[in-house]
Design a protein around this ligand. Structure first.
Ligand code: C2E
Ligand code: MG
Ligand code: MG
Ligand code: MG
Length: 277
């Protein structure tokens, strides 16, 4: 057990070594107190319906603002949070914070807003996850389909546990999407067995849609596959107009990326997006 933990940390140390964090213990002790010290916040990135140009939903993206280390990006602290188990309280904080925000927006008349939350593999293995989500939806009086969860293929390793978990989540009525689709190791078999709603095309495919005929082919195929299975499809990492045109031609329904908007604060979403809808 101890050995395994050390190994995980070593991996982290290797891949995410950063001058701002001379060692993971220091970072961990700061992350441990991040919730109570109110250092976490959530940014929202709009997802645009390409045919209508309307913004119908947002992805919630976690941010950590630390006094000592400054603005820490998720790719720096999510792996540590996963390794240490801190992702469980942090993940629950994210769900509650998003639900609270949704209820505020709804009370201001923005009734049809939907928010997608990223769920990490360890969170997804947590047996209580559906109960937590259910409790928070009730507490904030939200319709279940105002909440979407994003799961990566890496979290879907064990088919039986995954199927049970997804069925419990689906029963609640929330929307389920596969994040970074096509970059994991899962087989296509799960597409027919799991109760999914959305495939998110990974940004690595979208990035070179114009330069690489392979990326273009993969993107078109994912869109076609999704539609054939009755799933929605969202393209990630859209930065240029040419990508938008390609995706529109390929019948992709939704997209998100810097071309439309970076992730911004809830206040900015309200003042710049929701008031104009
Ligand atoms: P992701 O879920 O695939 O999120 C997309 C990432 O791409 C975000 O990075 C977003 O800011 C970035 N992005 C959006 N549009 C563009 C674009 O046009 N170009 C480029 N180059 N990048 C774009 P971010 O916010 O740094 O998050 C990184 C990853 O951290 C996320 O990848 C997700 O896996 C994880 N993450 C973020 N928030 C949470 C959270 O609350 N819980 C968990 N478990 N993981 C989270
Ligand atoms: Mg995501
Ligand atoms: Mg993604
Ligand atoms: Mg990612």
């Amino acid at each position: 057990q101890v050995k395994e933990k050390g190994k995980a940390h070593y991996r982290f140390y290797q891949s995410d070594m950063n001058v701002a964090f001379p060692n993971f213990i220091l970072m961990e002790s700061h992350l441990r107190r991040a919730i109570e010290k109110e250092e976490l916040l959530i940014y929202y990135q709009p997802q645009v319906n390409l045919a209508t140009g309307k913004i119908e939903s947002f992805e919630a993206l976690l941010r950590w603002q630390n006094r000592k280390f400054g603005f820490v990006t998720p790719s720096q602290f999510i792996p540590l949070a996963e390794d240490t188990g801190l992702i469980i309280p942090i993940g629950e904080w994210v769900i509650e914070n998003v639900c609270e925000q949704l209820s505020k927006w709804r009370s201001k008349g923005y009734q049809s807003v939907r928010v997608a939350i990223n769920i990490s593999p360890k969170q997804f293995q947590q047996h209580q996850l559906p109960d937590i989500i259910n409790r928070l939806l009730k507490k904030y009086k939200l319709p279940p389909d105002s909440l979407e969860i994003e799961i990566t293929e890496g979290a879907m390793q064990d088919t039986r546990t995954t199927l049970t978990m997804l069925n419990r989540l689906k029963e609640i009525g929330i929307i389920i999407s596969v994040d970074d689709f096509g970059t994991g190791y899962s087989s296509l078999n799960y597409l027919k067995r799991f109760p999914l709603d959305i495939l998110k095309i990974d940004q690595t495919f979208v990035k070179e849609i114009q330069q690489s005929y392979k990326d273009a082919a993969i993107t078109k195929t994912i869109i076609h596959l999704a539609h054939s299975l009755g799933l929605e499809v969202v393209a990630e990492g859209v930065e240029e107009m040419e990508q938008v045109e390609f995706l529109l031609n390929a019948n992709c329904q939704k997209a998100q990326g810097f071309y439309f908007s970076k992730p911004v604060s809830a206040l900015e979403i309200e003042e710049k997006v929701l008031v104009n809808q």
